[in-house]
Write a protein that binds this ligand. Sequence first.
Ligand code: FES
Ligand code: FES
Length: 156
Amino acid sequence: MTVKVTTTVNGRQVSGDVEPNTLLVEFVRENLGLTGTHVGCDTSQCGACTVHMDGKPIKSCTILAVQAEGHQVVTIEGIGAPGALHPMQAAFQENHGLQCGYCTPGMIMAGIGIVERNKGKTLSEETIRAELEGNICRCTGYHNIVKSIAAAARDM
Ligand code: FES
Ligand code: FES
C-alpha cells in the first residue's frame, strides 16, 4: 500500500506515492532525485542527511516522508547555486572546509542552523564544536569546517 505525500521542497510543491515507512531522505533522493542529501549511517548519528524543515535543521533519516506533509523542506540544492553560493557554501569553499566532501552537505545545512540559532551572540569555536556534535566527518576534517562556519557567521 502506498500513500500520497505532498510537501514543499526548495520552494516547489512536490507530491509522490510512497510506502508509509519511506524516510524523508529516501523521498528526497529517490523520488525527487535530489542526491546532495547523503546517507552516512542511517542510524541518526552522522548528520550527512541534514535538511531544513520549516527553517530548522533535521536529520532526514529520522523522519518519515509523510511527516513532511504540508511542511517546507529545504535541501542543499535549495540554498544556493553555482555563481550565487549561500554564504555558508562560499565559506566552506574559501576555507577548504572539506576533504572527501561526503559530510559537507549536512555540515553546511547544520552550520546554517548553528549561525541562525546564535544570531546576535559571539559564535565561539567552542560553541561551534559543541553544536556540531551530531555531525560526523569521517575524514576528521573538523578544523576547517569550524573555521568555515565561523567565517560564514560573519557574512550571514
Ligand atoms: S544518515 Fe541520517 S544521521 Fe546519518
Ligand atoms: S570531508 Fe570526508 S567525511 Fe567529512
